[in-house]
Design a protein around this ligand. Structure first.
Ligand code: AMP
Length: 198
């Protein structure tokens, strides 16, 4: 059966998680954050967590196969039957292809990719603030720099993958949460009414 898959795409600290969480509430769909899933595995000390921990602390990407395996399990849960919002995934073109394949298994496809765009200066500021509030282990200045570099090298090219399919919509994320959300909401509504041609 069909279902809705929406991808939130953007650099660390762009606010994509906040936007995904608001849309998830409104659409009554689960927000699937691979970062949160990995932090859960690290906290629980699973095999995946043991492999992921040092990689996450360095700001690098966890291997694609591991992320895909974790996501396959997550998508089997009942709450994802009607679809999901993806936050911080896919982060490589290989992951984007895996997501297409995983969704196709249950007759779903990506409806739209919301690229939340924020200038680098604003990101460094936001991440420094988040570090104070949340105390995330990977929000230190060196890791922030490493994560931005990894984003540019490995994740930014994913935009081209989706742009070629007419799925990418870039949204100015350097505004208030409400302003950004109002655009997110209207873009999603438009796509639900009129999806991109296959
Ligand atoms: P996030 O919370 O999305 O910023 O992710 C925190 C860290 O988890 C990243 O810096 C990566 O080390 C790892 N991570 C999260 N999602 C992925 C993914 N889709 N692919 C590879 N690594 C990921």
């Amino acid at each position: 059966m069909g279902g809705v898959a929406i991808v939130f795409f953007g650099p660390p600290g762009s606010g994509k998680g906040t936007q995904a969480s608001r849309l998830a509430q409104k659409m009554q769909l689960p927000q699937i954050s691979t970062g949160d899933l990995l932090r859960y595995h690290v906290g629980a000390g699973t095999e995946i967590g043991k492999i992921a921990k040092p990689i996450m602390e360095s700001g690098n990407l966890v291997p694609d196969e591991l992320v895909t395996q974790m996501l396959r399990e997550r998508l089997k849960q009942d709450d994802a039957i009607c679809g999901a919002l993806f936050d911080g995934y896919p982060r490589t073109t290989a992951q984007a292809r895996s997501l297409d394949a995983l969704l196709a298994e249950t007759g779903k496809s990506v409806l739209v990719v919301l690229h939340v765009d924020v200038p680098d200066e604003a990101i460094v500021d936001r991440l420094a603030k988040r570090a104070q509030i949340e105390g995330r282990a990977d929000d230190t200045p060196e890791t922030i720099r490493a994560r931005l570099r990894v984003y540019r090298e490995k994740t930014a090219p994913v935009a081209g993958y989706y742009e070629a399919q007419g799925l990418l919509v870039t949204i100015d994320g350097d505004r208030t949460i409400d302003e950004v959300f109002s655009e997110v909401d209207s873009v999603v509504y438009q796509r639900l009414v009129q999806p991109a041609p296959a």
